[in-house]
Design a protein around this ligand. Structure first.
Ligand code: S3P
Length: 444
């Protein structure tokens, strides 16, 4: 990975996306693979691991807690599990960088340890709400100190015993659900979590793959503490959240015909496909199969005329990370697209409603932010008359979304503050350029 701290993209307008690409491994699954392999018994061999900064921060944290990890080399690594009680205190704080998933899941996993740990992060992560995990963990008996605003740094103190809870999630959040399940592994009795809407279920699936009993009934998931995880093999599929930029790019750019290989199509993640199809996209799932407990397919996408829609509420949690890309699709569609019920977008790596609205407005698109969503009127993306560039505000998904907008823009688009693309999609510009996007990296 580059050591430069500044990265901008310079794009040239037009082009089409063609050929075959394999985007990097799934970020959510990569974090969980390290965490569960570390506390399993025996060795776990992982392939398809995302070598991006977020998942590497998780990997580094477990190394510092005494877990032996060989790799990663081209996405392959082996982890010598230490068992549920085998982690050791790290010297000094663990730095989770930009990763909300790492910090929230680890706070649950560490709440039941016999040592104290402090979790820190970058400026964006330090602004993000952590009470959503510290409050229910406190109900389980955990002791976690936060800043006065309920944010990181988090200091997790040892307690004599956690107790299972029956928790109804106040928001749709797989991070909170997973945090509590990981704490539940260390708790006395049963921990149950009931969701308001289905969210990604990778933790549940992977615990089962490691042989840990998890009971699911409808929107409720339960597990009991004190069991054991058994190491094995895990093949991580390509990340549908990274594929999303290409699904949108190929849909909007005339003449595109692109095959995305081995993409995870877990039903709790496919909102982006459902929404794009409702907008008129031409997307086919080919050779559906299962790998490491997760459904996978190759995805073929061809350009299509998109039309604006009211995004169905039941798709919001299933596409929560893909809205920046979907907003670009909406800007290129005929008519109006309206999103509601997505206030969570305001507390992601950036305020994704405001930052996308600002960028789209700069490109001549009518984009009206609302407290829980946005209204976007499709039109001509036009950067010719305007001065200055798009500011990605250090948000990887904003940067990659605006890069794809160049395919249908009048004039090139410059995007600043893109370095965090390396958190989820190392090599994005090179891969996108190979598929046909006019993109150059400017590093400083
Ligand atoms: C994630 C859950 C989602 C998502 C994030 C990854 C996970 O966050 O936005 O990128 O891996 O569990 P929330 O749980 O905050 O919705």
């Amino acid at each position: 990975m580059s050591t430069a701290t500044e990265l901008s993209y310079s794009t040239t307008p037009g082009g089409a996306l063609t050929g075959r690409v394999r985007v990097p491994g799934d970020k959510s699954i990569s974090h969980r693979a390290i965490m569960l392999a570390a506390i399993a018994e025996g060795e776990t061999r992982i392939s398809g691991f995302l070598e991006g900064a977020d998942a590497l921060a998780t990997l580094a944290a477990f190394r510092r807690m005494g877990v032996e990890i060989d790799g990663p080399t081209e996405g392959c690594l082996s982890v010598q599990g230490v068992g549920l009680r085998g982690l050791r205190a790290a010297e000094g704080p663990l730095d989770m960088g930009n990763s909300g998933t790492a910090m929230r899941l680890l706070s649950g996993l560490l709440a039941g340890q016999s040592f104290s740990t402090t979790l820190i992060g970058d400026a964006s992560l330090t602004r993000r709400p952590m009470q959503r995990v510290t409050a229910p963990l406190a109900e389980m008996g955990a002791r976690i100190l936060t800043s006065a605003h309920g944010t990181a740094p988090l200091t997790i103190e040892p307690v004599s015993q956690l107790t299972g809870i029956d928790y109804h999630l106040p928001m749709a959040s797989a991070q909170v659900k997973s945090c509590l399940m990981l704490a539940g592994l260390y708790a006395e009795g049963e921990t149950c979590i009931t969701e308001t809407a289905p969210t990604r279920d990778h933790t549940e699936r992977m615990l089962s793959t490691f042989g840990y009993p998890v009971r699911r009934v409808g929107q409720r998931v339960c597990l009991s503490g004190g069991g054991r995880l058994v190491g094995g093999r895990l093949d991580i599929p390509a990340d549908i959240s990274s594929a999303a930029f290409f699904l949108v790019g190929a849909s909007i750019a005339e003449g595109s015909d692109l095959l995305l290989e081995n993409v995870g199509i877990n039903p709790t993640r496919v909102g982006v496909i459902n929404i794009l199809r409702a907008m008129g996209a031409n997307i086919a799932l080919i050779d559906r199969r299962t790998s490491g407990g997760e459904p996978v397919a190759d995805i073929r996408v061809k350009s299509a005329r998109l039309r604006g829609i009211h995004i169905p509420l039941d798709q919001v949690a299933l596409a929560i990370d893909e809205f920046p890309a979907l907003f670009i699709a909406a800007a290129c569609a005929e008519g109006e697209t309206i999103l509601t019920g997505a206030a969570e977008l305001r507390v992601k790596e950036s305020d994704r409603i405001q930052v996308m609205a600002d960028g789209l407005t700069r490109l001549g698109i009518v984009a009206e932010p609302r407290p829980d969503g946005i209204r976007i009127c499709g039109g001509q993306i036009d950067s010719t008359e305007r001065h200055g560039a798009i500011d990605a505000h250090g948000d990887h998904r904003i940067a990659m979304s605006f890069a794809m907008a160049a395919l249908l823009a009048r004039g090139g688009i410059e995007i600043h503050d893109c370095i965090n693309v390396e958190t989820s999609f190392p090599g994005f510009a090179a891969l996108a350029a190979r598929a046909g996007l006019g993109i150059e990296e400017l590093r400083g």
